[in-house]
Design a binder for this molecule. Structure first.
Ligand code: 26M
Length: 819
C-alpha cells in the first residue's frame, strides 16, 4: 500500500502552508523572513512535487499480476510550459495554495511568475508531445515520454532595432525543482569503432559492435500530472556525461587536454537543442543526439522489462513505442541490435518483435525537412546499425521483388537507401518499414502522406496507414490560460468539461441568449485588456482592447505566409492614406514567433512586421485605427496570454503545407474565429464549427499541386492587381525605412519565385478579410459565432487523440473510461 506521507501530502490550506514553510527552511535553508520570491517559488514547487511524486510512486510502484502494456513516446523535443500552475490545477489545489500563501502575505501569481519554462522544443511537434503526456496521465495509461535533457533549450528571442536577436536559454540556472536524477538508471551508449564476427556455443554466426567511444546517459525524471487523475506520466530525459573511465590512460600520462577533450565531447551531446523546425542540416552532432536518446530509452525499457521478470522476447507485449517523427527512427536498428547481438535472439524473431513494437507519426511533407543521412557519416558513427539497416533493406526489397516481379522501378523508390547520386539513409523509409502503423496528424495530411512521401509504401501496405488528428490539452490552454472563460463554461456546461470536452456542446443553446453573449464579450474584452497591458510593458506599443485582435503566432516560415498577412496590412494602410474616410474597423495585428537563426527570409519577415509597426502605429493619419505588434519571445507562457485574447486566428499556410497546426485549435477553443486555408486541421475545424463561422479563402491543396505542375507566374498577379502592385511597390520604395534595398530579397523572392503562392492568394485573402470586417461591425453576430466555435471544438481535446492512439495503434486500455 502507499507509504504514509500525510505530513507532506495534506490538502488543507494549513497543511500546505506548513509543508511550504518546512521546505523553505529544511530543503532550501532559508528563514522565511529572508526568502526571495524565487525561494517562495522553489518551496511551493517542492511542496506540490511531493503530491505529484506520491501519486507517481503509487501509479508505477504496483506489481500487478499481469502488467499493462506501457507506452513509450520517443521524442527529441518536449515543450511542457511552466509546471507549477498546471499541477495545482490538476490536483485541485489552486485555491487552497492561494489561501495558504496569502496567510503568509505571499501572492500566488507572483510566485508562479518565477518559474522558468523548459524550452526543450521548437514548436508544434514538441508541444504536441507535452499535450500527449498530459492526456496519457489524465486518461490513465502507464507511459514514459523519453527525450533529451538539453542544457540549453530554444533560444530566448529579443527584438533589437526591429530584428530578432537570439539569447541563450539558461533554464537550469535557478535550479530545477521538478526533476529527479536517477543514477541507478544510467545507461552507456557507444559511437564509432567497428564490428566483428564470432561464433556462439551452438556454432551460430554472431556479430558484436566494438565502439570507439562510450558516453553515459544519466536519467532525469519529471513527473507529469493528469487532470483529476491518480496517474502520472513520466518525462524521462537523458543527459550525456563522460563515463568515469573517460580516458584515464591519457590522464595518467599527463595528457590532460585529451582527457578533458573527451569529457567535453561527451557533455556536448546533450548541450543544445537544434533551433530548426523545418530544415535538416545533416550535422553529425544531431545524429549523435538522436542515437543517444533512442539507445538510452530502449535500454531503459529492457531494464524495466527485466525488473518485471520478463525476457526480451516479450518486449512488444510490454512496450508500445511511438516515434515522434523520424528523429528517433534509428531506434528501429538499435532495438534489432539489442535483440540479436546482445540478447542473442534470431533475426526473424527480433524483426517480428521490432515491428510489433514501433509505430511512427509523420509531421511534415516539406522535402527539405525529410531526414536523410549520408551513408558514410552514418557508417562511421554507427557501423553496426548501418549493417543492420542494409540487412533490413535487403530482406525487404527481396519481398518486394517476389511480390512485384519485373517492377524494378519500385525497388529504387522504396529502398531505405537513396542511391540517386551520393547515397543516403532515408529515415522515413526506415521508420515506415520498421513500424506496424504509420499515421499523419490531420485527415488531409494523412491522405497527402499516402499520396506523396510514402506513396509507394501505401501501395504495398495500405492497411499500415491511418490518421490521428492532433489535439490540445484544454487544461493548460483553456482552464489555466483563460480563467474568466472557464468560469463561464463551468456555469453553462457543468464543471466536468476540462476532462470531457465534448460537454462544451451544451453551450450551443446559449449562443442565442443575449445576456450570455454579453458575458462572453466581457470575458474576451478583459483578456484583451490583460494582453494589451503586457504588450505595452514588453514593446511600448499602446493598443485598444476594443479593436479587433487579429493574431498570427507560430514559428516564422515562408510556408506559413506571415508575409501574406503583412501585405494585407500594408494594403489597408495605403487605403486609409488614400481615403481617410475608408470604412475599416479598428484592428490590432499581433505577430509572434521565432525564426530559425540561419533562416534569412524568416528574419526579414520579422523585420517587415516591426517596420510596419514603426510606420503605422504613430501615423496621425491612421489615428490608431491600425496597430501592428510583434510580441517578442513567443513561448508556452506567453502563448497562454495570447490565445485567450484572440478575436481572429490567422491560419493562412499554403494548402498542403501545414501538417495539422495546433495553435488553430487553441484559439478557436478560446472563442476566436479563424481565417484560413483548407490546410491541416483547419479542414476539420471548419467542419466542426460550421462553415458560416469560419472565414475560408485560397487555393486548395489540389489546386496548389496543379499550379506547381503547370508552372506559375507571380509577376502576372503583380501586374494585374493594382492593390497588390501598389503595396509591393510601396515596400520596394524604401518607405518602410532602412533604405530601398532592405527588403529587396523578400520582394525579389515573391516576384521571381513565390514558392508558397502568396501573390496567387492575395486577392482571395483580402476578400475574406473584408468579410471579417463586415461581421465584426455586428458585435452580436460575432459573439454568436465565437460561442459556437468554442461549443463545437470538443473533438480537439488531446484526450480524444490519445484514446485513438490507445485503441487503434497501441492496443492499450486507458484506466479511465471514455466520456
Ligand atoms: C530536424 C532536423 C534537424 C533539426 C531539427 C529538425 C526538426 C525539428 C522539429 C524538424 C521538424 C521539427 O518539428 C516539425 C513540427 O513542429 N511540425 C509540426 O508538427 C505539429 C504537430 O503535429 C503540426 O501541428 C504542425 O503542422 C507541424 O508543422
Amino acid at each position: 500500500k502507499s507509504p504514509n506521507t500525510s505530513l507532506r501530502t495534506g490538502t488543507k490550506a494549513a497543511e500546505i502552508r506548513q509543508a511550504f514553510l518546512d521546505h523553505l527552511t529544511c530543503s532550501l535553508g532559508r528563514l522565511p523572513a529572508y526568502a526571495s520570491a524565487h525561494d517562495h517559488y522553489l518551496a511551493l514547487a517542492l511542496t506540490v512535487r511531493d503530491h505529484v511524486v506520491h501519486l507517481g510512486v503509487s501509479s508505477f510502484g504496483g506489481k500487478e499480476s499481469k502488467p499493462q502494456r506501457r507506452v513509450a513516446y520517443l521524442s527529441a523535443e518536449f515543450l511542457p510550459g511552466p509546471h507549477l500552475a498546471n499541477h495545482l490545477l490538476n490536483l485541485g489545489l489552486s485555491e487552497t495554495a492561494r489561501k495558504a500563501l496569502a496567510s503568509l502575505d505571499i501572492d500566488l501569481d507572483a510566485v508562479l511568475e518565477q518559474e522558468e519554462e523548459p524550452g526543450l522544443g521548437n514548436g508544434g511537434l514538441g508541444r504536441l508531445a507535452s499535450c500527449y503526456l498530459d492526456s496519457l496521465a489524465t486518461v490513465g495509461v502507464q507511459s514514459i515520454g523519453y527525450g533529451i535533457r538539453y542544457e540549453f533549450g530554444i533560444f530566448d528571442q529579443q527584438i533589437r532595432d526591429g530584428w530578432q536577436v537570439e539569447i541563450t536559454d539558461k533554464w537550469l540556472h535557478g535550479g530545477n525543482p521538478w526533476e529527479i536524477h536517477r543514477p541507478g538508471a544510467a545507461r552507456d551508449v557507444g559511437f564509432g569503432g567497428h564490428t566483428e564476427s564470432w561464433t556462439d556455443d551452438f556454432g551460430r554466426h554472431r556479430v558484436r559492435w566494438l565502439p570507439a567511444i562510450t558516453v553515459r546517459g544519466e536519467a532525469y525524471d519529471t513527473p507529469i500530472s493528469g487532470y483529476n487523475s491518480d496517474h502520472i506520466a513520466l518525462m524521462r530525459l537523458w543527459k550525456s556525461e563522460a563515463t568515469e573511465s573517460f580516458d584515464f590512460e591519457a590522464f595518467n600520462h599527463g595528457n590532460y587536454d585529451r582527457a578533458v577533450e573527451q569529457k567535453v565531447d561527451s557533455e556536448n551531446l546533450s548541450k543544445v537543442l537544434y533551433p530548426n523546425d523545418s530544415f535538416r542540416h545533416g550535422k553529425e552532432l544531431r545524429l549523435k543526439q538522436q542515437f543517444f536518446f533512442s539507445s538510452c530509452s530502449l535500454q531503459d525499457m529492457l531494464r524495466i522489462l527485466e525488473m518485471q521478470g520478463a525476457g526480451p522476447e516479450n518486449f512488444h507485449e510490454h512496450w508500445a513505442v511511438q516515434l515522434n517523427d523520424t528523429h528517433p527512427a534509428v531506434a528501429v536498428a538499435e532495438l534489432m541490435r539489442l535483440l540479436i547481438d546482445v540478447h542473442l535472439l534470431a533475426w526473424d524473431q527480433a524483426w517480428e518483435i521490432t515491428r510489433a513494437t514501433f509505430s511512427y507519426t509523420n509531421h511534415t511533407l516539406l522535402p527539405e525537412a525529410l531526414e536523410k543521412w549520408p551513408i558514410d557519416l552514418f557508417g562511421e558513427l554507427l557501423p553496426r546499425h548501418l549493417e543492420i539497416i542494409l540487412e533490413i533493406n535487403a530482406r525487404f526489397l527481396d519481398e518486394v521483388r517476389a511480390a512485384f516481379p519485373g517492377e524494378d522501378w519500385r525497388i529504387a523508390r522504396l529502398s531505405i537507401i537513396d542511391e540517386n547520386g551520393p547515397r543516403y539513409v532515408r529515415m522515413a523509409h526506415l521508420a515506415c518499414v520498421g513500424s506496424h502503423t504509420v499515421n499523419g496528424v490531420a485527415e488531409l495530411h494523412s491522405e497527402l502522406v499516402k499520396q506523396t512521401v510514402l506513396a509507394d509504401f501505401a501501395e504495398i501496405w495500405p492497411e499500415k496507414f491511418t490518421n490521428v488528428t492532433n489535439g490540445v490539452t484544454p487544461r493548460r490552454f483553456v482552464a489555466l490560460a483563460n480563467p474568466g472563460l472557464s468560469t463561464l463554461l463551468s456555469k453553462a456546461a457543468g464543471k466536468t468539461w476540462p476532462g470531457k470536452l465534448s460537454k462544451l456542446s451544451k453551450l450551443e443553446a446559449l449562443a442565442d441568449d443575449a445576456e450570455f453573449r454579453a458575458k462572453w464579450r466581457q470575458v474576451k474584452l478583459a483578456n484583451k485588456s490583460r494582453l494589451a497591458e503586457l504588450i505595452t510593458e514588453r514593446t511600448g506599443i499602446l493598443t485598444d482592447p476594443t479593436s479587433l485582435f487579429d493574431v498570427q503566432v507560430k514559428r516564422i516560415h515562408e510556408y506559413k505566409r506571415q508575409h501574406l498577412n503583412l501585405l494585407h496590412i500594408l494594403s489597408l494602410y495605403l487605403k486609409i492614406k488614400r481615403d481617410p474616410t475608408a470604412d475599416i474597423p479598428a484592428r490590432t495585428f499581433i505577430f509572434g514567433g521565432k525564426a530559425a537563426p540561419g533562416y534569412f527570409l524568416a528574419k526579414q519577415i520579422i523585420r517587415i512586421s516591426t517596420a510596419a509597426g514603426e510606420l503605422i502605429n504613430d501615423d496621425p493619419d491612421i489615428a490608431g485605427r491600425l496597430k501592428v505588434v510583434f510580441f517578442p519571445d513567443f513561448n508556452v507562457r506567453n502563448a497562454q496570454y495570447v490565445y485567450p485574447a484572440a478575436d481572429l486566428s490567422e491560419q493562412i499556410s499554403m494548402a498542403g503545407m501545414e501538417a495539422s497546426g495546433t495553435g488553430n485549435m487553441k484559439m478557436s477553443l478560446n472563442g476566436a474565429l479563424t481565417i484560413g486555408t483548407l490546410d491541416g486541421a483547419n479542414v476539420e475545424i471548419r467542419e466542426a464549427v460550421g462553415e458560416e463561422n469560419f472565414f475560408l479563402f485560397g487555393l486548395t491543396a489540389d489546386e496548389v499541386s496543379e499550379v506547381e505542375v503547370c508552372g506559375h507566374h507571380p509577376r502576372q498577379h503583380y501586374e494585374s492587381d493594382t492593390e497588390l502592385r501598389e503595396t509591393i511597390d510601396f515596400i520596394a520604395s524604401g518607405a518602410l525605412g532602412g533604405g530601398s534595398g532592405l527588403f529587396q530579397p523578400l520582394i525579389a523572392n515573391l516576384l521571381e519565385h513565390d514558392p508558397y503562392l502568396v501573390l496567387a492568394d492575395f486577392r482571395a485573402y483580402g476578400e475574406a478579410q473584408q468579410r471579417v470586417s463586415e461581421l465584426w461591425t455586428n458585435p452580436e453576430d460575432w459573439a454568436r459565432a465565437s460561442i459556437l466555435n468554442t461549443a463545437r471544438m470538443g473533438k480537439f481535446s488531446s484526450d480524444r487523440s490519445i484514446r485513438e492512439y490507445c485503441q487503434r495503434i497501441w492496443k492499450v486500455k486507458p484506466g479511465k473510461p471514455s466520456e
